[in-house]
Design a protein. Structure first.
Length: 135
């Protein structure tokens, strides 16, 4: 959902509203370590493909860094991501790390990724899709 805050996407309005509510409630924003690599990579790819200018890329990167998302890597994160991946028969674990962190910390995982939501929702009710409702 972080990318919905950086780029205009289908659910950006809902993502901004959710972020505003979380800030008003002083909710913690947490993510697994890969967010530190994935978001800047998507920004760079957008610059490379000329979807945004170099200056817009620089601004998007700084905006991302200003979100102050706490990066967490609890010891059982890899095992939990593996376990969730097996449970969902997921071909890759990237998204499973986000679900694993939510599971381990007892928080909700809000996503703008309908595919992830559809894959996980039946087994993991803490996975929420921003297109359905707001927190």
């Amino acid at each position: 959902m972080v990318l919905s805050w950086l780029f205009v996407e289908e659910y950006s309005d809902q993502a901004f509203e959710a972020r505003l509510r979380w800030r008003q409630r002083s909710d913690r924003l947490v993510a697994p370590p890969m967010l530190s690599f994935e978001a800047p990579s998507v920004i760079r790819q957008s610059v490379h493909r000329k979807r945004i200018s170099d200056d817009e890329g620089d601004e998007a990167l700084q905006t991302f860094l200003d979100f102050n998302i706490e990066i967490l890597q609890p010891a059982p994160l890899v095992f939990e991501a593996w376990s969730i991946g097996k449970t969902l028969n997921a071909p890759r674990l990237y998204d499973m790390y986000y679900a694993a962190l939510a599971s381990l910390t007892g928080c909700e995982l809000w996503t703008a990724d309908r595919r992830l939501f559809n894959l996980a929702r039946a087994r993991f009710p803490f996975v929420r899709w921003i297109g359905n409702s707001l927190p």
